[in-house]
Design a protein around this ligand. Structure first.
Ligand code: EPU
Length: 345
């Protein structure tokens, strides 16, 4: 990479403290602050470097220094693309804050994203793991995205089918594109249907709305309730560094799920359309004795056992040691394998 002069939006030897919400230490050989597709095209010539795309840094565990090129996505812009009898169509740049996008659509009077309020991270990161909360997933409101194919130097448009969304999963993870930085999301378009209906079935959200005596909440009231529930259960990364849910809720076979339900009738679980059973990792971790328990300078959060927190000054190796200890405890007790949700860099 050093054989040619660096473009002016690329910096060398960059401190990554403050760039990820787990606040782990590390340096990157190069960081590109990408605010346009044109800049991505310029990066295509820097082929030799290992690449990784960073959004808000809310789903990344830094294991140490990164000997490659980090793409910090900063493409801005939000717009109403179109409106027809059925829906509003909205597009946002990959570098926009997801939560600010949710608030903006609500302020414009276009409901549909309220259940996904306060999810940290950027718009460009949202489709990678198909973010979801309180009974709604990005896939439910997704129209299309644009991604830059860095190797071939061209912009691709992917519709919903092409994204192959599943629970916390997409073609970007299935193809490893999120790890090799070969396809970089530049913008996301959403479809917000006009026949809006409140989605209030999720237990925590229903209880909060009930508490507020809102039998027929509007979208803003739902967003408010979601924000309150999240603030109560999930630590604010600004004060307690974390990466949200550290493990996915495991999807187990009907057979194993049935056995677990017989042995542990109180285990929260949901039968999936394909017959598999999704079980609550937070419950498994709590029962395995790890809720509110620390190992070194990291721990599993006292109000939500699924969230791994940095108590201050931790390194990536400590995070991974705790993750392994929790995985071991859950495997021993329940014969269930937990998969980390964040990417290990
Ligand atoms: N539970 C426990 N102990 C705990 C935590 C949870 O027993 O310490 C039980 C709860 O009582 C409940 C069940 O586990 O019966 C599920 O808990 P919760 O409603 O808090 O949701 P979750 O499955 O732990 C998922 C998402 C969150 C999302 C919430 C709300 C995953 C991996 N996590 O958490 O997403 O906000 O539902 O929809 O799917 C994220 O991905 O980073 C994230 C925060």
């Amino acid at each position: 990479m050093r054989t040619q002069p660096l473009p002016d939006f690329v910096s060398a030897d960059v401190d990554l403290a403050g760039r990820t919400t787990l606040a782990l230490p590390g340096r990157a050989a190069y960081v590109a602050e990408v605010s346009s597709c044109r800049q991505l095209a310029q990066l295509a010539s820097l082929r030799s470097a290992r690449r990784f795309v960073l959004g808000g840094g809310s789903n990344v565990v830094l294991s140490g220094d990164f000997d490659g090129l980090l793409l910090q996505m900063a493409i801005a812009g939000r717009e109403l693309l179109a409106e027809d009898a059925d829906a509003w169509y909205v597009r946002a740049g990959a570098g926009e804050s997801w939560h600010q996008l949710v608030l903006w659509t609500l302020a414009c009077g276009w409901p549909g994203l309220e259940n996904l309020a306060l999810i940290p991270g950027t718009v460009g990161a949202a489709p990678i793991q198909n973010i979801g909360a309180y009974g709604l997933e990005l896939a439910d409101r997704f129209q299309s995205l644009e991604a830059f194919d860095v190797e071939r130097g061209r912009l691709l448009q992917l519709d919903r089918a092409a994204c192959r969304f599943a629970y916390r999963d997409s073609v970007f993870k299935q193809q490893g594109w999120h790890l090799d930085g070969s396809h970089v999301v530049t913008s996301v378009s959403l479809r917000l249907p006009k026949d809006w209906r409140p989605l209030t079935g999720y237990a925590d959200l229903a209880a909060e709305l009930d508490h507020r005596r809102l039998a027929r909440p509007d979208a803003l009231q739902i967003a408010d309730a979601v924000i309150a529930v999240r603030n109560r259960k999930l630590p604010d990364p600004a004060t307690v560094p974390n990466a949200g849910s550290f493990f996915q809720n495991p999807l187990v076979s009907a057979e194993l799920g049935g056995r677990l339900r017989r042995d542990f009738p109180e285990l929260p679980c949901h039968v999936q359309p394909d017959g598999r059973i999704k079980i609550a990792a937070g419950w498994l971790i709590e029962q395995a004795g790890w809720k509110g328990r620390d190992l070194g300078r990291v721990g599993m959060y006292e109000k939500q056992a699924l969230v791994l927190v940095n108590r201050g000054g931790a390194r990536g190796s400590e995070v991974m040691a705790l993750a392994r200890a929790v995985q071991d405890a859950v495997r021993q007790r329940f014969a269930v394998e937990l998969s980390p949700e964040p990417v290990l860099l």
